[in-house]
Design a protein around this ligand. Structure first.
Ligand SMILES: C[S@@+](CC[C@H](N)C(=O)[O-])C[C@H]1O[C@@H](n2cnc3c(N)ncnc32)[C@H](O)[C@@H]1O
Length: 211
């Protein structure tokens, strides 16, 4: 928790990669005249979850971000299908850069989903987990209702504790209450294998207003 507090106290000053800035700027220009609320599906993989979230947030634009060109390629083909929702966009970008750029541009999301992020379970990788990552303050500055899902209880508990340190109260529950149908391919895979699925929900709107 000392790590989280350090990140909350000290702004993360890593320079943003040029290709990330270009990707973000392109998205910003597409959205410049779009006054709809913005929903973020971070680490969207193939974009299957973005595709499912779009109709659930029909008044918003749902933005799926992932760094994997290969996974996004699958999603982009699906997003171009005639019956795909019109209110979704997929962006290839590193999320660390994306959150830094979005926070600096004072973007506010109404909802941010973090669905089955890479767990990075080794102790030496603690700071790669979003709860202990130096980008956390920027993520929180982007605000909105936060929803994390994971099959690793410790990840959910760490996320919940980190939010608590940031002054955001969080609700942690388990899979029985997680909605069906499965929101993501990883959710489907874990559920089929009998894993317990964990969800943490929190409201970061106040944190964003104070940022
Ligand atoms: C375990 S997969 C989950 C994918 C999807 N959310 C799901 O539940 O099916 C994690 C995803 O996060 C993406 N990812 C991990 N770190 C990232 C980063 N720094 N920037 C962007 N995407 C990242 C990976 O490329 C991968 O697609």
């Amino acid at each position: 928790m000392a790590t989280v507090q350090r990140h909350l106290d000290h702004p993360f000053r890593r320079p943003v990669a040029e290709h990330s800035r270009r990707a973000f700027d392109e998205l910003a220009s597409v959205l410049a005249a779009d006054s709809r609320p913005r929903v973020l599906d971070s680490g969207c993989g193939t974009g299957a979850s973005t595709l499912r979230l779009a109709p659930l947030h029909a008044d918003a634009v749902v933005i799926g971000v992932d760094k994997s060109a290969q996974r996004l390629g699958i999603g982009q083909r699906q997003a171009k299908a005639a019956d795909a929702p019109r209110n979704m966009l997929l962006l290839r970008c590193d999320l660390v850069d994306f959150w830094l750029l979005a926070a600096a541009a004072r973007w506010r999301f109404t909802q941010q989903y973090l669905l089955y992020p890479n767990p990075w379970p080794k102790p030496e990788h603690l700071q790669r987990r979003w709860a202990a990552h130096p980008v956390l303050p920027s993520l929180l500055a982007c605000g909105g209702q936060l929803e994390l899902r994971t099959n690793w209880k410790i990840y959910a508990q760490e996320w919940s504790a980190a939010l608590g340190l940031a002054g955001i109260s969080a609700a942690l529950d388990c899979c029985d209450e997680v909605t069906q149908p499965d929101l993501t391919p990883f959710e489907a895979k874990y559920r089929a294998s009998g894993h317990v699925l964990w969800r943490v929900r929190a409201d970061a709107a106040k944190a964003a207003a104070a940022a």
